[in-house]
Design a protein around this ligand. Structure first.
Ligand code: PEP
Ligand code: MN
Length: 350
């Protein structure tokens, strides 16, 4: 339920309510809106505690949150949630571009890719260190070595990095190197992992499960939010359907649906949602037209030699063309692509 404070409630009155929530054994989640403070209470049947608050100074009214996800719902936070990531605003008016290889394969290749996508306009570098592969015999990622390479390339280019943690034990290590921790589609309902990234208070890119509903995605986000970690990006990456002509089916509907149901930023991954580079640009355009707050795209200088997902990876020049088109689409829907950081090229490093 939500305790809606009066517009003129004092800090002392707000604190008294927060203290009472804690005394009753619930965790308060405050949201400071433009006009008033809303204090969310989630936990076992907090509605029984309603009478405890209605007579307190500064309280306007008590409203139940009707959705099963509470902190993730727009009922609780009506405005879009935004957070800064190394100079760019996630969830704001800017359309944020995340790009890079599926997996980190080699230091120089990673640096070359980072320079290329940054020059094309990308803001954040992606690259897997721990790879969730269908086959145990496929390339599993370089692990900590890859994290070190990401950190080095981050240092050289100034691009923040996103990389996946596949298990809760990996979270502290990944958090040490990466700016954003990715939770992959296969782990969307790994509740131990969700709790671990929630506790880490590190920004999270949460991908929709292969066969998960939008509500299940929001319930997964709720796990992270329940630990007080609000820096979450939701990511649609295609779902399993009867259609076999593409790797997955892009659920474009998910973008406006999520933007309606939740205040969290929503991005699309057209690489995994299509599985073929030929379709990536068209679907990326559709996502931005549908209101996505950003895109995450696989780019590889030599896709034919990539150790994973080469078939869906764009060459850097094709990515640059995609960015040009995305700028146009963004403007058409009242958004813009913020400038990327100018590459801090170091002598002899490239
Ligand atoms: C990835 O981003 O490389 C990845 C494995 O994505 P997903 O979890 O969406 O399949
Ligand atoms: Mn991939």
């Amino acid at each position: 339920m939500m305790i809606i404070m009066r517009t003129n409630a004092t800090a002392k009155e707000i604190k008294a309510v927060v203290d009472r929530v804690q005394t009753l054994g619930f965790q308060p989640h405050s949201s400071q809106g433009a006009e008033r403070t809303i204090i969310g209470i989630v936990g076992n049947n907090p509605i029984s505690a309603q009478d405890q608050f209605i007579h307190m100074e500064g309280v306007d009214r008590i409203v139940p949150i009707s959705r099963p996800y509470k902190l993730a719902s727009r009922e609780f936070i009506p405005e879009n949630s935004t957070f800064p990531l190394d100079g760019v605003q996630i969830g704001g008016e800017g359309v944020i571009l995340i790009a890079g290889p599926c997996a980190v394969e080699d230091r120089n290749l990673l640096l070359e890719t980072a320079y290329a996508v940054q020059e094309a306009g990308a803001h954040v570098l992606r690259g897997g260190a721990y790879k969730p592969r269908t086959s145990p015999y496929a390339f599993q990622g370089l692990g900590e070595k890859a994290l070190e390479m990401l950190a080095e390339v981050r240092e050289i280019t100034g691009m923040p990095v996103v990389t996946e943690a596949m298990a809760s034990e990996q979270v502290p290590l990944v958090a040490k190197y990466a700016d954003v921790i990715q939770i992959g589609a296969r782990n969307m309902q790994n509740y131990n992992l969700l709790n671990a990234v929630g506790e880490s208070q590190h920004p999270v890119l949460l991908k929709r499960g292969l066969s998960s509903t939008i509500e299940e995605l929001l319930m997964a986000a709720e796990y992270i939010l329940s630990h007080g970690n609000r820096r979450i990006i939701l990511c649609e990456r295609g779902i399993r359907t009867f259609e076999t002509s593409t790797r997955n089916t892009t659920d474009i509907n998910a973008i406006p649906v999520l933007k309606t149901l939740t205040h969290l930023p929503v991005m699309l991954d057209p690489s995994h949602s299509t599985g073929q580079w030929q379709y990536v640009t068209a679907v990326a355009r559709a996502a931005v037209a549908a209101g996505a707050d950003g895109l995450i795209i696989e780019v590889h200088p030599k896709p034919e030699e990539a150790l994973s997902d080469g078939g869906q990876s764009l060459k850097p020049e094709r990515f640059a063309e995609l960015v040009r088109q995305i700028r146009g689409i963004s403007e058409a829907v009242g958004r813009y692509v913020p400038p990327s950081k100018t590459s801090k090229k170091v002598e002899g490093s490239h």
